[in-house]
Design a protein around this ligand. Structure first.
Ligand code: NI
Length: 136
């Protein structure tokens, strides 16, 4: 089994806010991330798929094709957007990187060719904080 990773980049705004809590508790738990007027991140998205290389091409997947799928299913929907407000699949969820990475997995999975398996999604929110998801 060979693993191939495609890296994509996007910018987006969000805030961490639990509507079941008052403003004070949100600020206590989330600190500056609860700022009502949002804040932004430069996200780096790593999508890893796995398969035996194809006999004809030697590829796990055509990396350009994988990039096109990620752009169509994820980047177009989130780049330069407000994740809390503009992104349908984050509706009703706390906009943490943890919840976001699971939502990205679910958005991407149905669009991948059956010849590959989705292995992991890694999302850097800052150069020093990232979240990884390997499915359920
Ligand atoms: Ni943030």
């Amino acid at each position: 089994m060979v693993f191939l990773t495609r890296v994509e980049h996007f910018n987006a705004a969000h805030k961490l806010y639990n509507p079941d809590w008052d403003k004070e508790k949100n600020e206590e738990i989330f600190g500056r991330c609860a700022n009502e007027n949002w804040h932004g991140h430069n996200y780096e998205l790593f999508v890893t798929v796995k398969a035996e290389p194809d006999g004809g091409t030697g590829f796990v997947i055509d990396a350009k094709k994988l990039s096109d799928i990620i752009k169509d299913r994820v980047i177009e929907k989130v780049d330069h957007k407000n994740l809390n407000v503009d992104v349908e699949w984050m509706n009703g969820k706390i906009c943490s990187t943890e919840n976001f990475v699971v939502a990205i997995w679910e958005a991407l999975l149905p669009a991948l060719p059956s010849a590959v398996q989705l292995h992991s999604i890694k999302l850097y929110e800052t150069p020093r904080i990232f979240v990884e998801y390997f499915g359920k």
